[in-house]
Write a protein that binds this ligand. Structure first.
Ligand SMILES: [Zn+2]
Length: 67
């Protein structure tokens, strides 16, 4: 699994739940559509949720935060 996520931005807790979600995306002018994968990091203590794009995440060492 992924171990590079930082502590909760809100309460500094290290406990979190990780979920993977997929959104269908359709580029403008294209007929075919694809799925974009995102990681949801949900703080177990305060519920604060961070969302990471798997595409960006797999490219970089550190995840880029997307809201
Ligand atoms: Zn928290």
């Amino acid at each position: 699994m992924i171990h590079v996520f930082n502590k909760c931005l809100k309460c500094n807790s290290e406990k979190y739940e990780l979920k993977t979600i997929a959104f269908p995306t359709k580029a403008t002018g294209e007929v075919k559509f694809s799925m974009d994968i995102y990681y949801l990091k949900i703080c177990s203590d305060c519920g604060f949720t961070e969302m990471y794009s798997a595409k960006v995440f797999e490219k970089n060492e550190k995840p880029a935060v997307e809201f």
